[in-house]
Design a protein around this ligand. Structure first.
Ligand SMILES: [Zn+2]
Length: 106
């Protein structure tokens, strides 16, 4: 008898707790040629293409300058991100439709 493989994903309908206990997916970031920040930071930003531009779970739009901020890790509500192009400090919130959005943190 061979042992069953460990499940690697939660079954459908499972609610993942929104805390740091749950493992986050990580993402490889590529340089999209965002020239408004120094080269070493370029991969953390990209131009938003407008309606129809799907954001990944590691991306949020800056509400101030509409640039897409990208993270190495999946973003969760409560995360703080920094928009270097407009120097805004932002906090990630979840909208009613389940999507992530950034709000300016005061
Ligand atoms: Zn911004």
């Amino acid at each position: 008898m061979s042992a069953l493989p460990e499940p690697t994903e939660a079954p459908p309908g499972t609610v993942q707790p929104d805390d740091d206990e749950a493992p986050r997916r990580t993402f490889e970031l590529d340089d999209r040629g965002f020239k408004e920040v120094p080269k070493r930071w370029r991969k953390f930003y990209r131009i938003w293409q407008g309606e129809g531009d799907e954001l990944g779970p590691n991306e949020v739009i800056c509400p101030v300058c509409k640039v897409v901020i990208r993270s190495h890790r999946e973003l969760r509500p409560g995360d703080r991100v920094y928009c270097m192009p407009c120097m805004s400090r932002l906090i990630v919130v979840r909208r009613d439709d389940g999507r992530l959005e950034a709000e300016v943190a005061y």
